[in-house]
Design a protein around this ligand. Structure first.
Ligand code: GDP
Ligand code: IMO
Ligand code: MG
Length: 420
C-alpha cells in the first residue's frame, strides 16, 4: 500500500497545498488526480507566498517527482503562468511530469462555461469560470482534446473541429463578452511551452514507481462536498474529488491505497453558491473571514464562513475512508470568546447526524458553543504548547469525529504545523 491520499473534507480551501508541501519530503511522487485551474493551493515558504493551480504542491522539493495525472484538466495559459512564476523563483521544473491522457481546456470551454453560468440566473453555481465543467463534459462525451493529441500530425484539425462544435453550442445561450481571437492566440502560444515539458504515460510511470516500492501521495483538489456524486449537487465541481477518484485519475488499483489523510479547517468555508448549513451571517462570520483572510486563492471572491460541521465531516470521512485527520487554521479561532460546533441537523423537526438529499434555503442546525482560548497559538509546536481550552476543543473534535487528529496547523507558513 504505497499510495497515500490527501484531500479536503469540506468545500475546498482547507489548506491542502500547505500540508502537501510540508509532507512532500516523505514521498517520491506527488500526483494531482482531478480538477484543474479552478484549484488554488497556497504555499508559504519563509514568508514567500506561491499559489499553485495545476502543478502539484510538492514542486518545491527537488527530489520529489510531481505528476499532473490523467484525471486533471489543464489550461495551457494558466499552466504557463505557473511555470513562469516558479522558474522566476529559481526552480528548474525537471521534476514535473504531465500525463498524455490529461484533457486540455480550450478557450471555447471557458466561453461555454461563462455563457452557461450566465444563463443560470439565480441558480448560478458560482463557477470559477475556468472551463472545468465543459471540459469534463467533452471528456465523458468522448469529444475531448488530450495532451497527447498535441503530438499528432495535425493537432489544429482536432482543435478546430472541437471549436466548431462549441461555437454551435454557444448559440443556445445569450451572448457573453469574450475575446476569442486573442484568447486563442495566447492558447497556441502557451501550448508551445507544454511541448518543452515531460509529457509521459503517467499510468505506467506511477505503477512503475509502485512496483519499485516508492511512496506516492495523491493530492486532492476542491473538497469532498464539491464531489460530482457525493457533494451538494448541482452546486459542485465536475470531478470525483473523493478517494475513489485517485484510482481513475491516476490509474492506480484500489489495493495500493494506504492512508487517507483528510483535511479540515477548525471552522468551515465555502466559495460560490449552494447549501452551507453552518454558515454564519453575523459578526462571528465576518470575524472568521477577517481573521482567516478568507478570500479565494483563484478568484479573490470573499469566502462564506461558518462553524465546523460534525455531520458533514462524518459523511466525508465515511465516503473517503479517512484514516487520519489534519486540523488547519486553529489559530484563526484564537480571538473568539465562544467557538461553535455544529452537532446535528434538524430535518422535519427531528435532530439527525445524516445529511439530507435536498437542502432547505436555510437548513436548521444545532450548535454547541465551547469556551474560546483567547491566546495566540501560532508559536505552538506540540499539543502541550496549546492553551488548555484549545486542547479541549481539539480533543472534543477528535472524539466526535472518531478519527485520530494527526497534525495541527497554526499558521500559513510551512513551519507552522506540528504532529499531534
Ligand atoms: P487549499 O486550496 O486547500 O490548498 O487552500 P487555499 O490555499 O485555497 O486556502 C488556505 C489558506 O489558508 C491559504 O491562504 C493558506 O496560506 C492559509 N493557511 C493554511 N494553513 C493555515 C493555518 O493553519 N493558519 C492560517 N492562519 N492560515 C493557513
Ligand atoms: P481548491 O482546490 C473552493 C467551487 C466554485 C464553485 C464550484 C464549481 O483550491 O480547494 P467550477 O470552477 O469547478 O465550475 O466551480 O466549485 N470550487 C472551489 N471552491 N476551492 C476550490 O479548489 C474550488 N474549485 C472549485 O467556487 O462553487
Ligand atoms: Mg484553494
Amino acid at each position: 500500500m504505497n499510495v497515500d491520499v490527501l484531500l479536503g473534507l469540506q468545500w475546498g480551501d482547507e489548506g491542502k497545498g500547505k500540508v502537501v508541501d510540508y509532507l512532500a519530503d516523505d514521498y517520491s511522487v506527488i500526483a494531482r488526480f482531478q480538477g484543474g485551474p479552478n484549484a488554488g493551493h497556497t504555499l508559504v515558504i519563509d514568508g514567500k507566498k506561491t499559489v499553485l493551480h495545476t502543478i502539484p504542491s510538492g514542486i518545491f522539493r527537488s527530489t520529489v517527482s510531481n505528476v499532473i495525472g490523467n484525471g486533471v484538466v489543464i489550461d495551457p495559459i494558466t499552466l504557463s503562468k505557473e511555470i513562469a512564476n516558479l522558474k522566476s523563483q529559481g526552480l528548474t521544473l525537471d521534476n514535473l511530469y504531465i500525463s498524455n491522457k490529461a484533457h486540455l481546456i480550450l478557450p471555447t470551454h471557458r466561453l461555454l462555461d461563462k455563457a452557461s453560468e450566465n444563463a443560470k440566473g439565480k441558480e448560478k453555481i458560482g463557477s470559477t469560470l475556468k472551463g472545468i465543467g465543459p471540459t469534463y463534459m467533452d471528456k465523458t462525451g468522448r469529444n475531448g482534446f488530450r495532451v497527447g493529441d498535441l503530438l499528432l500530425a495535425d493537432p489544429k484539425k482536432k482543435y478546430n473541429s472541437l471549436k466548431a462544435k462549441h461555437l454551435e453550442l454557444v448559440k443556445i445561450y445569450p451572448e457573453v463578452e469574450f475575446d476569442l481571437e486573442s484568447e486563442e492566440e495566447a492558447w497556441w502560444e502557451c501550448v508551445k511551452i507544454l511541448n518543452d515539458l515531460k509529457i509521459i504515460d503517467s499510468v505506467y510511470f506511477i505503477n512503475d514507481q509502485i512496483a519499485q516500492g516508492k511512496k506516492i501521495l495523491a493530492e486532492g483538489a476542491q473538497g469532498s462536498m464539491l464531489d460530482i456524486d457525493f457533494g451538494t449537487y448541482p452546486f459542485v465541481t465536475s470531478s470525483n474529488t473523493v478517494t475513489a477518484g485517485v484510482c481513475t485519475g491516476l490509474g492506480i488499483a484500489p489495493q495500493h491505497i494506504g492512508d487517507v489523510i483528510g483535511i479540515t479547517k477548525a471552522y468551515c468555508t465555502r466559495v460560490g453558491g449552494g447549501p452551507f448549513p453552518s454558515e454564519l451571517f453575523d459578526a462571528d462570520g465576518e470575524l472568521l473571514r477577517k481573521e482567516g483572510h478568507e478570500f479565494g486563492a483563484t478568484t479573490g471572491r470573499p469566502r462564506r464562513c461558518g462553524w465546523i460541521d460534525i455531520p458533514q465531516l462524518k459523511y466525508t470521512i465515511m465516503v473517503n475512508g479517512v484514516s487520519q485527520l489534519v486540523l488547519t487554521k486553529l489559530d484563526v479561532l484564537d480571538i473568539f470568546e465562544k467557538v461553535g460546533i455544529v452537532t446535528d441537523y434538524v430535518i422535519d423537526g427531528k435532530d439527525t447526524d445524516r445529511l439530507p438529499y435536498q437542502y432547505e434555503d436555510k437548513t436548521e442546525v444545532k450548535v454547541s458553543l465551547q469556551d474560546g482560548w483567547q491566546t495566540r497559538v501560532n508559536t505552538a509546536r506540540s499539543v502541550s504548547d496549546l492553551p488548555e481550552k484549545a486542547k479541549n476543543y481539539v480533543a472534543l473534535l477528535q472524539e466526535m469525529l472518531g478519527v485520530n487528529i494527526k497534525m495541527i496547523s497554526v499558521g500559513p507558513d510551512r513551519e507552522e504545523i506540528f504532529e499531534a
